[in-house]
Design a protein around this ligand. Structure first.
Ligand code: ADP
Ligand code: MG
Length: 322
């Protein structure tokens, strides 16, 4: 029997664990949980762990590790449309090296300050290098961006460009230590302002952490719909197109992880408002396809012919290796 995937494990063991409480508006299954503490806004909570050698190269600069540990969580709150506020940091390391810690702190602090996030607690332990950040934010009641609201006819959008982090990882492994793709891998820029701008406009949102095909797949599964993506519309950077064949670039864009862009769906009648809402952000959003009633993800070429979705699936910690 094949190993259960990360998502099957979560469903089997944790989706319904613990007490059920009336104040849980949204539990396991979205980018963050939503809790009602009686305030004017809901609390949005998420946690993500970075393990050395799995989520970042063991020789990654400490400053980049500090940045990324917070960035991946900011990205999950961005996908809810929440405003980040408070963080807890759990740090496990083999030895307390002052230079490494100073660099790590610099990266974490700069990004936290830029997003108005206070570090309010955590835990420090000895062991193999791993960093866990828990992030809490606030989002207006009834307006949070979830994965389950996509409807047939909605347009599918993605921010920025896709596949650069996958290229960056390949370049890092080949010994390159600088350049735009490596920068994308080491210092992802979470799309918090875009998430806030999408409130009231997007019908569903997910952040692209494991690859577009896998993460859009979460929207499709939770919304009970399918999608048709136009391969030629996927936003690819100059760097990706210069360094890869068209087939490789498509595989990076659909299956490469660590992009931390937002993928979202918008009802057609709100597309004009969307353009106005994102105009001042300095971040492109690109329409890449359409939500359809038939389940599953279909990729089509410029002639509208169906082409196979490149096999490199999204990252799954327990499933078959990509
Ligand atoms: P993301 O990629 O957005 O961080 P994940 O794929 O890690 O989300 O997780 C999917 C969903 O499952 C999220 O709602 C997350 O909170 C939940 N989840 C993941 N692991 C566990 C766990 N061990 N216990 C409870 N919930 C979990
Ligand atoms: Mg996410």
């Amino acid at each position: 029997m094949p190993a259960p995937s990360e998502f099957e494990l979560i469903r089997q063991y944790f989706a319904a664990a613990g007490a059920s409480r009336q104040d849980v508006v949204l539990g396991v299954g979205d980018d963050a949980a939503l809790l009602d503490n009686g305030g004017a806004q809901l609390l949005a909570l998420c946690v993500d762990t970075l393990v050395a050698g799995v989520h970042f190269p063991t020789d990654a600069p400490a400053e980049a590790v500090g940045h990324k540990a917070l960035a991946v969580n900011l990205s999950d709150l961005a996908a809810m449309g929440a405003q980040p506020a408070w963080a807890l940091l759990s740090l496990t390391m083999p030895e307390p090296e002052p230079d490494w810690l100073a660099g790590f702190r610099r990266g974490l602090h700069a990004l936290a300050a830029a997003h108005g996030v206070a570090l309010v607690g955590g835990d420090t332990t000895r062991g193999p290098l791993a960093v866990t950040v828990t992030l809490v934010g606030l989002v207006e009641r009834g307006r949070a961006l979830r994965r389950d609201g996509a409807r047939p006819g909605d347009r599918v959008y993605v921010s920025g460009t896709l596949g650069d982090a996958a290229l960056g990882l390949r370049q890092w492994q080949a010994g390159e230590r600088a350049g735009p793709a490596v920068e994308r891998l080491q210092r992802p820029q979470p799309r918090v302002a875009l998430g806030r701008a999408l409130l009231g406009l997007a019908s569903a949102v997910v952040d692209v952490s494991d690859g577009l095909a896998a993460d859009l797949g979460h929207i499709l599964a939770r919304s009970g719909v399918g999608a048709r993506l136009e391969a030629a519309r996927l936003p690819l950077s100059q760097t990706l197109q210069a360094c890869c064949s068209p087939t490789e670039a498509l595989a990076c864009a659909l299956g490469g992880g660590d992009d931390y862009e937002l993928c979202f769906t918008v009802p057609v009648e709100r597309e004009r408002s969307l353009q106005q809402a994102v105009a001042g952000l300095g971040l492109a959003v690109t329409a890449i396809g359409t939500i359809e009633a038939a389940p599953g993800l279909r990729l089509v070429d410029e002639q509208g012919r169906e082409v196979p979705v490149p096999s490199r699936g999204g990252y799954d910690h327990f499933g078959a290796a990509p």
